[in-house]
Design a protein around this ligand. Structure first.
Ligand code: AMP
Length: 372
């Protein structure tokens, strides 16, 4: 299957070729025909599956075919996403995918001054990527009107609810026109998401890709039984053994993330932490440094790391086990992308054993144990 066979048209095909996308991913194969048909969709897919292109390419194509003119610059597509990092990332994808279409787009998120964002909006925008808080804020100030929305994407809906955005979403929904296409993406399907999708989707197609375990199969996973006080020395040893590898280390708390970064820096291993207490600029800087290999190790909390897209990340370390088993899959899914080799190491202390049991149950795998 090719993008052309999925009826993707020339200005977009050209952009995909430049990106080096040769074939569509499974979710793209399933979702693109549904979205091009202007049907509502429930997408069960995680980050790393190519879901951003799965919803944005056919939306871009529909807008392009409807010949958006310079005068008609109301916002026609809204992509709502829980974190700033994800919003920025989706916007970067749109930079590439819309390159030859003449469509305009921008991104708005909180934690930074609003002027640059409102200036962009004033120029006239076809596609808006937003986090909920800043969106409502700028709507209330009169900078944004959603009366012309034809396509609405609710991305990472499960995470959106986990982060307490349900009230923001409920406030937003009545401001959108009734006649529109709605696409809801979620990695998991708890009853709250089932209820939300029933209330906002009309006769949706359900598109589901790679059950959790098959994502996990492509990554080499190992376990260390190690108590809390020894975790830092183990991490330093492992990072010193293989001096070139970039590593993403997950910490359960913000404070813990800072502490690990300090300890590693002291041991001569370049590292930075990202979490919600850091300013947006500091987070973005740390991410850029990591992506360009200026810093070797990035320590992140789950929310800050959500959806972070790093090509060729070889190593993920679970310094602490996550509270929710699905989070383990999200975490390790950052490595082993697109057929690259990836390793995930998990540090499990005695009191974390129940969490480990949940993870092994979810993935259907018993993690092989290594000793330090
Ligand atoms: P996503 O799940 O949207 O975060 O995408 C995961 C990664 O896959 C991103 O780095 C995309 O650039 C990449 N990607 C998406 N679609 C394709 C494709 N058809 N071929 C190759 N890479 C892709």
């Amino acid at each position: 299957m090719t993008f052309k066979e999925l009826n993707i048209i020339e200005p977009i095909l050209r952009a995909l070729e430049e990106k080096g996308y040769i074939n569509p991913t499974p979710i793209q194969e399933d979702a693109i025909p549904v979205v091009l048909n202007n049907r509502d969709m429930l997408g069960l897919a995680q980050t790393g599956t190519g879901k951003t292109a799965a919803f944005s390419l056919p939306i871009i194509q529909q807008l392009y075919l409807n010949k958006v003119s310079g005068k008609n610059r109301e916002i026609k597509a809204l992509i709502l996403t829980p974190t700033r990092e994800l919003a920025i990332q989706i916007n970067e994808c749109l930079n590439d995918y819309t390159k030859y279409t003449g469509l305009r787009h921008c991104v708005i998120y909180g934690g930074v001054k609003q002027n640059a964002q409102t200036n962009e909006l004033k120029k006239g925008i076809d596609i808006l990527v937003a986090t909920p808080g800043r969106l409502l804020d700028l709507m209330n100030q009169g900078f944004i009107n959603l009366n012309s929305i034809r396509h609405f994407v609710l991305d990472e809906a499960d995470r959106m609810l986990d982060m307490g955005f349900i009230h923001d979403i409920k406030r937003l929904l009545p401001k959108l026109p009734r006649e529109k296409q709605t696409l809801l993406f979620s990695a998991t399907m708890p009853s709250t998401i089932a209820a939300l999708s029933r209330s906002i989707l009309r006769n949706p197609a359900r598109v589901e890709v790679s059950p959790v375990s098959s994502v996990v199969d492509t990554i080499q996973q190992y376990l260390y039984y190690v108590e809390k006080p020894e975790k830092k020395d183990l991490l330093i040893d492992l990072l010193k053994k293989d001096k070139k590898k970039s590593a993403l280390v997950f910490s359960r708390t913000k404070h813990g993330a800072d502490k690990i970064a300090r300890i590693l820096c002291k041991a001569g291993i370049g590292s930075e932490a990202i979490h919600g207490n850091k300013s947006q600029n500091a987070r973005q800087r740390a991410l850029t440094n990591f992506k360009s290999h200026k810093t070797r190790v990035l320590i992140a909390t789950d929310i800050a790391a959500r959806g972070i897209d790093i090509d060729q990340l070889e190593l993920v370390v679970n310094y602490d086990l996550p509270d929710v088993a699905e989070t383990y899959v999200h975490r390790i899914g950052r490595t082993g992308r697109a057929g690259n080799a990836g390793t995930a190491l998990t540090f499990c202390a005695q009191d974390e054993r129940p969490l480990l049991k949940d993870i092994q149950k979810l993935t259907g795998k018993t993690l092989p144990v290594l000793t330090s």
